[in-house]
Design a protein around this ligand. Structure first.
Ligand SMILES: Nc1nc2c(c(=O)[nH]1)N[C@@H](CN(C=O)c1ccc(C(=O)N[C@@H](CCC(=O)O)C(=O)O)cc1)CN2
Length: 279
């Protein structure tokens, strides 16, 4: 079974559009793009397009590639204080001279639609409500919508990044999966992935998950967006893995569109919680 993330994302965007229309509100998202990395610029454009499609207002703050950390922090403080902004997203990765931790820590937790702020990560660890990182959230939606059982399943996450691998493992654990996290120092990766009912690959290496690493019938989720010779390739060797997997996400058209749909959901949620009167 092909897990059609694009189709699911389109349906969820339509539902969000209707929800926003009925509520009569206009949530506002600010994106911050530093430098001129072409992939980052494309992702930001895709986010603005999704906003336009469903009735979210978006503003793009574009900063030159040679700005300092303190320039970025100053701009973020202005956005934090701007009452018209509901959500703030800083497109990653940032140029190497910028302290990404300081940047993430400076976005107001209430406006953090990426769920990266330590307070929001802490809520995830504690199983408390809060914004969840968009890619892991989108993957959980795919699993739920396609009826893929997580409870009691052995899920193997390849990759331990703060934005994908770690929150992914926590979300799967909160959904009652038994989770193993593998990474670049893991020995005999294939012997571990072969035991998995669900594999989530966020390793960033084109074609590294091959058929011999997958148990027949397993669900394979490919987070990879590797650009190889001008072509987009996932972490999973789709040709050989898809005949043995029970379910698999394609690249493109799998996890990527669900990342953007989840961002739209988080932006609406941020706007709604800012509308609530203080308790
Ligand atoms: N602040 C953030 N930065 C980054 C995030 C994030 O969630 N927050 N995630 C990634 C990139 N990303 C969103 O920013 C992203 C990647 C891919 C897609 C997507 O829909 N891809 C398409 C293919 C597009 C193409 O032709 O290349 C697909 O997979 O079908 C959306 C969002 C890193 N940075």
């Amino acid at each position: 079974m092909i897990l059609d993330g694009k189709g699911l994302a389109d349906r969820r965007l339509e539902l969000l559009k209707e929800d926003i229309r009925k509520r009569g509100i206009t949530p506002t998202l600010a994106t911050v793009l530093v430098g001129d990395d072409s992939a980052s610029a494309m992702y930001v454009r895709m986010k603005h397009r999704a906003c336009d499609q469903i009735g979210i207002k978006s503003v793009n703050v574009k900063l030159p590639g040679d700005v300092t950390t303190s320039d970025v922090l100053d701009r973020l403080k202005e956005l934090n204080e701007d009452p018209d902004i509901d959500g703030i997203l800083v497109q990653l990765p940032l140029p190497s001279q910028i302290d990404t931790h300081q940047v993430i820590n400076t976005v107001s937790p209430e406006k953090d639609v990426d769920g990266y702020h330590p307070i929001n990560m802490g809520k995830l660890v504690g199983g408390l409500p809060g914004p969840r990182s968009c890619t892991p959230k989108g993957i959980m939606t795919i699993l739920k919508e396609y009826g893929i059982q997580t409870s009691g399943a052995h899920a193997v996450v390849i990759g331990r990044s703060v934005d994908v691998g770690r929150p992914m493992a926590l979300l799967l654990m909160l959904a009652d999966a038994t989770v193993t996290i593998c990474h670049s120092k893991t020995r005999d990766l294939a012997s571990i992935t072969k035991q998995a009912d669900i594999i989530v690959s966020a390793a960033g290496k084109a074609g590294m998950v091959t058929a011999d690493m997958v148990k027949p019938g397993a669900t394979v989720i490919d987070v990879g967006t590797n650009h190889v010779n001008g072509k987009l390739r996932g972490d999973v060797d789709f040709e050989t893995v898809s005949p043995i997997a029970g379910a698999i996400t394609p690249v493109p058209g799998g996890v990527g569109p669900m990342t953007i749909a989840s961002l739209m959901e988080n932006t609406l949620e941020a706007a709604l919680s800012r509308c609530k009167p203080a308790q």
